[in-house]
Design a protein around this ligand. Structure first.
Ligand code: KIV
Length: 285
């Protein structure tokens, strides 16, 4: 295994694998939600490229641009005091050549203040990982289902269900570790495969739809909160149902405005009768 780029936060996260303490990662994209995730003691806040569909209303994660990612990563950085902030390298910001990959990773660190970057697997990723690390930037890997290249994988489907494809995913994870990733996302793979990968790697695995044996788990904050629209994947567990609550709050506000119940005296500013009198008199002159 390549020597890990050291920072106290990364060391703490890697040490959790050895101690068996589970790692929590949350995908969040803005100041208020990143602040809450940090206050709730999440280890890692990922500014995921899921920003595309979760927040920007785009169809695919591929549709988000580097500038949009940086804009949101900056907001997250302003909110987070303790957690590791990881910027997710968007489609076409790294796949084509090492120079572009390093420049994109540097933007996440220098412009947005992130602590590390994440890249989805492609054949070039091991070498790109080495180049980005050589620029002093820690890299998180991502294998299994890689949404940026989902078309080539038969869609947003569980990966590694047969022995051959499972072996390939194990190989990819081992290669990324050897080239210097400090942790690895395992997305949508069978739990027994994630268990094997977790045993083989000395860096932590962080699962999403990859079962309980990973060293940590990641979910999109909007999914945890029940704020997402549409059908959730099987692996999502909602811990609140904010969609209904937010809809009802906004509906109540609209009804109060229409019926002049809002603003009432409690939410309005008053003026002393004397001043009001002076004003009225003055205005009548
Ligand atoms: O963008 C994202 O939210 C992710 C997680 C699914 C790991 O990459």
């Amino acid at each position: 295994m390549a020597k890990l780029l050291s920072s106290p936060q990364i060391e703490k996260i890697v040490a959790k694998k050895k101690s068996g303490e589970k790692i929590t990662m949350i995908a969040a994209y803005d100041y208020p939600f990143a602040l809450l995730a940090d206050r709730a003691d999440a280890d890692i806040i990922l500014v995921g490229d899921s920003l595309a569909n979760v927040v920007l209303g785009l169809e695919k994660t591929k549709d988000v641009t580097m500038d949009e990612m940086i804009h949101h990563a900056k907001a997250v950085r302003r909110a987070v005091k303790d957690a590791l902030v990881v910027g997710d390298m968007p489609f076409e910001s790294y796949q084509n050549d090492g120079k572009t990959a390093v420049l994109s990773a540097q933007r996440f660190i220098k412009e947005a203040g992130c602590d590390a970057v994440k890249m989805e697997w492609s054949d070039r990723c091991p070498l790109l990982t080495r180049e980005i690390r050589a620029a002093g930037i820690p890299v998180m890997g991502h294998v299994g289902l890689t949404p940026q290249t989902a078309e080539q994988l038969g869609g947003l489907k569980v990966q590694g269900k047969d022995a051959d494809s499972a072996r390939r995913i194990i190989q990819n994870a081992l290669e990324l570790e050897a080239f210097g990733c400090f942790s690895m996302v395992l997305e949508c793979v069978p739990a027994p495969l994630a268990k094997m990968i977790t045993k083989k790697l000395s860096i932590p695995t962080i699962g999403i739809g990859a079962g309980v044996y990973c060293d940590g788990q990641v979910l999109v904050l909007h999914d945890i909160l029940g704020l997402s629209t549409g059908k959730n994947p099987k692996f999502v567990k909602q811990y609140a149902h904010l969609y209904d609550q937010v809809l009802s709050a906004i509906t109540n506000f609209r009804e109060d405005v229409q019926t002049s119940r809002f603003p009432d005296a409690e939410h309005s500013y008053s003026m002393s009768p004397e001043e009001l009198q002076k004003l009225t008199t003055h205005n009548e002159d």
